[in-house]
Design a binder for this molecule. Structure first.
Ligand code: SF4
Ligand code: SF4
Length: 90
C-alpha cells in the first residue's frame, strides 16, 4: 500500500529512534521515508532498520500481514531512506 505523505504520518514515524538515522537527517527533520523516498543525507553505516516496529507499518500493511519468512526477505528491502518509498520499488 502506498503511504500518504502527511504531517500526521510523519508524526508517527519512528526513524529518529533507528541506529541508521543520522545527525544530518535529524537536522533536516527528515523521516517518513516510506512515503517521501530516499534521504538527501549520506548514510555512513547501514545498521538496523526499525520500520517493522513502526505504527505506519501496521496501518499501511507494509509488512504486518506477512509471515515470518516473507518478513525476513522483505527486511532486506526496507531501509526506505536508502532504497526509496514503500510499494514503489522492491
Ligand atoms: S515505516 Fe519506517 S520510514 Fe515509514 S514512518 Fe515508519 S519508521 Fe518512518
Ligand atoms: S527508513 Fe529504516 S533504516 Fe532508514 S532511518 Fe527509517 S527506520 Fe532507519
Amino acid at each position: 500500500m502506498i503511504v500518504a505523505n502527511t504531517e500526521e504520518n510523519l508524526a508517527k514515524c519512528i526513524c529518529a529512534t533507528c541506529p541508521t538515522y543520522t545527525a544530518c537527517m535529524r537536522e533536516r527533520k527528515e523521516g517518513l521515508f516510506c512515503a517521501k523516498g530516499e534521504t538527501g543525507c549520506d548514510i555512513p553505516e547501514e545498521d538496523e532498520c526499525v520500520c517493522a516496529r513502526c505504527p505506519i507499518d501496521g496501518q499501511y500493511k507494509l509488512t504486518a500481514r506477512l509471515d515470518l519468512m516473507e518478513k525476513k526477505i522483505l527486511k532486506l528491502n526496507q531501509f526506505y531512506c536508502i532504497k526509496g518509498p514503500a510499494g514503489i520499488k522492491k
